[in-house]
Design a protein around this ligand. Structure first.
Ligand code: MRU
Length: 363
């Protein structure tokens, strides 16, 4: 997508060919800053500390991290250690394991001196593939928005609610949940997005809002608790969210709070769609609630908040009384029965084993 008029991805090889560069997402929306990753440790830190985040981008960064690691140590032991280090960074998004396993399988059968170059080629391929998958999601999701818009009075806005950031910042480019939204906006539909702020890290308020603003998509940031009220009053036409891990049966794990939105949508007859590129499907799991590991993050993400002062400087301040405990589960699982459909790169399907198998007979 464009940043200040320049086409920009979230991750790219540095011009000197020695490192990889990323947008440091911990600095948005107040500053657009890039960071250089030149080692396995730097890549692992970027994922763990969420300089990069979002399931597809975590996978892409891990693939680049394998290249960085293999440049330093391409032995079998080095390969195993790189895979284990990166896999340990964040537990929930299955794209991480998907990308790491793919690189390990491809380079593991090569002689050590060929491994780093092969990993680099694969990292480039994984990034380009991600963009293509997201374009597929845009194409598959656009008709859903067009159909709902066609039922509305001429010129009446089409209200989409989204949670967290499943936009281009969460991927290499284009985004998943936002892909059909951008497509609808670009096609001239009067789309408007309700952006859940997404406590505690505020990926909606900080990242999705920044993205939509940059692309000129009308949007309004709302407190996480406002969605149900808006749905009760007919102000949400559909919900589209992303996913960090979708089971083979269509259960969906996404940012904490997604489940509550799905419940409210169900109660109000609002369609609830999940944009699910195939690398985020975990074909080994059938019961999301019991089987998906939920990341527990530092309580400080809840107890403190970062923002811009009126003089333009950025500050972090405490929110809680000193001494209060805080818990920070980062994801929740929305059972398939609450999901209207999965928007994949191959089309829209029911959130069920049968629905997924129709689109992916041999994953
Ligand atoms: O903790 P984050 O910011 O990595 O969580 C991101 C999300 O929950 C996204 O919705 C999900 O990764 C899908 S991204 C296309």
């Amino acid at each position: 997508m464009n940043v200040s008029g320049r086409p920009t991805r979230t991750i790219w090889p540095s011009s000197d060919g020695l490192a990889v560069e990323i947008i440091d997402q911990t600095r948005l929306p107040h500053a657009f800053v890039t960071a250089r990753l030149a080692s396995l440790d730097a890549a692992a830190h970027a994922i763990r500390a969420m300089l990069v985040r979002g399931a597809p981008l975590i996978g892409a960064t891990a693939a680049w991290g394998m290249w960085l690691a293999l440049r330093a140590d391409a032995t079998d032991a080095g390969l195993t250690q790189a895979h284990a280090t990166l896999l340990g960074t964040r537990p929930t998004a299955v794209n991480l394991r998907w990308a790491l396993d793919r690189v390990r399988a491809a380079v593991g059968r090569l002689p050590a001196n060929a491994r780093a170059d092969a990993a680099r080629r694969l990292a480039v391929e994984i990034c380009d593939e991600d963009v293509a998958l997201n374009r597929g999601i845009a194409a598959a999701g656009l008709p859903l928005l067009q159909t709902i818009a066609a039922r509305k009075r001429s010129g009446e806005r089409l209200n989409v609610l989204t949670h967290c950031n499943a936009g281009w910042l969460a991927t290499v480019d284009v985004g998943t949940a936002t892909a059909p939204i951008y497509a609808a906006h670009d096609a001239g539909l009067p789309v408007h997005v309700w952006v859940d702020e997404t406590r505690p890290r505020n990926q909606g308020a900080s990242l999705t809002a920044w993205e939509l603003l940059n692309h000129g998509v009308p949007h309004t940031v709302i407190a996480d608790n406002a969605g149900g009220h808006l749905m009760q009053h007919g102000q949400v036409d559909l919900v589209i969210v992303g996913t960090d891990r979708t089971t083979a049966t269509g259960d969906v794990c996404n940012k904490i709070g997604t489940y509550l939105k799905a419940l409210a949508a169900y109660d109000n007859g609002v369609p609830f769609y999940v944009a699910a590129p195939s690398p985020s499907i975990d074909w080994t799991l059938r019961d999301g609630l019991r089987e998906i590991p939920i990341e527990e993050r530092d309580a400080r993400e809840l107890s403190h908040i970062t923002g811009r002062r009126s003089d333009g400087t950025v500050a972090t301040v405490a929110l809680l009384p000193e001494g209060s405990a805080a818990a920070n589960p980062a994801f929740d699982v929305t059972p398939a029965r609450l999901v209207t459909g999965l928007i994949t790169e191959r089309g829209v399907c029911a959130a069920s084993a049968e629905g997924l198998r129709k689109l992916f007979p041999a994953p």
